[in-house]
Design a protein around this ligand. Structure first.
Ligand code: 7TS
Length: 420
């Protein structure tokens, strides 16, 4: 009797990602840097090419056929993103260049005009620089005070500490859904519930959750949520801001120019309705349409399926890394924190510098990231200069984890030999 191995999700989708089928330094590529940016399926590549090849034209202005086609496709992408995160209205989705720009939009538009000296903004020590630096600007300009949620023993978001920071002074909580370094999945629904009791607004940085699990803005009940297209199988140069309608309506424009106006006079102007009020100038049209294709692609697989498969990979990755002495992985163990964790592992290996590890792994065709991953304050908090990080996606396999583990062991043996 012959047994046929059941096909994994990666087996089913792998051929959609031609970039994965190549050798790097003479070895088959193992791409484990998905938290930095994901790879793009053919559907997305073809959608981008079709736009430039067949109907490249500016949106919202021309009465000609190509322009109508581009406008329809651009606005259809908004519908797709709205449905993907379950926004109550398509007007609640604003396209931005990336998550960083979306956070800056909220910081400049809402933060600069709503915060007073002594108001408090709660962030956490695990934030990406893009959810820190814009709030530094706001605090410096308005006199608002920044407070930081620390970590539990398991290196997750400390809800107890968070509740001690909340008060009537709290005007904003801005925090990450899934940490790009610790991999923890933060209890964003509870965070919103608690913050709202004090009348504070909540922004969720969903860069590392939207590509890997179902995200439902109405269920979370966040006031804003941001994500980057390039981490969710879409192109670079496109991301989005979700915001509750009334809040976005009350916020002043961020950037001024064409597309965002109703009427312009020499000395003043009136603004377009949402979401155009926040989309000044010619947008990234092809990239937005291709983001719509990425959303179609992810939806056709199903975010539940993606999360379930990636969770299996996470367990296997931890099991294998756990067998190597001197490896210290940061963040919670899979399934220990009750909230699960993302398919990434940031780790140190004894005294070996993360950059040296990643350079030697690259010689084996394995792409991982080394450094502070734009979470310098978190690394300082953990008293480590840098980590090496393997971050996986649904097109990765157990076999690739085996290759990574072997390359890592060989590298550690090499360093062991050097120092013995
Ligand atoms: N927030 C989180 C949680 C992120 O992981 C990143 C990017 C950003 C915000 C910023 O995204 P951008 O598209 O606006 O630049 N994180 C990473 C990373 O982990 N490695 O490279 C980029």
């Amino acid at each position: 009797m012959t047994f046929t191995k059941e096909k994994t999700l990666a087996d089913k989708v792998r051929a959609d990602f031609p970039i994965l089928n190549q050798e790097v330094n003479g070895k088959p590529l193992v791409y484990f840097d998905n938290a930095a940016t994901s790879q793009k399926p053919l559907l997305v590549l073809n959608t981008l090419r079709d736009y430039y090849e067949q109907y490249n034209s500016n949106v919202h202005r021309g009465a000609h056929t190509l322009s109508s086609k581009a406008t329809d496709a651009y606005e259809a992408a908004r519908d797709k993103v709205a449905k993907f995160v379950n926004a109550a209205s398509r007007q609640e989705i604003v396209f931005t260049r990336n998550a960083t720009e979306a956070i800056n939009l909220v910081a400049y538009s809402w933060g600069m005009s709503n915060l007073q000296p002594g108001d408090e903004i709660i962030l956490s020590v695990m934030e990406h620089h893009s959810n820190l630096v814009p709030w530094h600007f706001v605090a410096q300009k308005t006199g608002a005070v920044l407070k930081f949620v620390e970590l539990t023993q398991e290196e997750t978001f400390d809800l107890e500490h968070f509740s001690t920071l909340l008060s009537d002074k709290t005007k904003l909580v801005s925090t990450v859904h899934v940490s790009n370094t610790l991999g923890c999945i933060n209890p964003v629904k509870v965070i919103c519930e608690q913050a709202h009791k004090y009348g504070a607004k909540v922004l969720i940085d969903a860069c590392q959750s939207v590509p890997h699990m179902p995200v439902n803005v109405q269920q979370i009940d966040c006031d804003w949520l941001v994500a980057s297209g390039h981490k969710m199988c879409g192109p670079t140069g496109i991301g989005f801001l979700y915001g509750k309608l009334e809040l976005l309506q009350a916020m002043p424009p961020f950037l001024g120019g064409g597309e965002m106006i109703a009427d312009v006079f020499l000395d003043h102007s009136t603004y377009a309705d949402l979401p155009h009020k926040f989309e000044a100038g010619t947008p990234a049209i092809g990239e937005t349409i291709a983001l719509g294709a990425a959303v179609d692609y992810l939806s056709s697989i199903g975010m539940d399926q993606i999360y379930a498969y990636e969770s299996e990979l996470t367990s296997y990755l931890f099991e294998q890394l756990g067998k190597i002495p001197d490896i210290r992985i940061y963040g919670p163990k899979p399934k220990v924190a009750g909230l699960g964790r993302a398919a990434l592992a940031a780790f140190t290996a004894g005294d070996i510098h993360a950059n040296d590890l990643s350079t030697l792994l690259d010689q084996e065709g394995v792409a991982i990231r080394a450094g502070h991953h734009c979470t310098q304050p978190l690394h300082r908090h953990l008293v480590i200069p840098a980590t090496a990080r393997a971050s996986l996606s649904f097109y990765n396999t157990r076999e690739e984890i085996d290759v990574f583990i072997k390359a890592l062991k060989d590298t550690l043996d090499f360093f062991g030999g050097l120092f013995s």
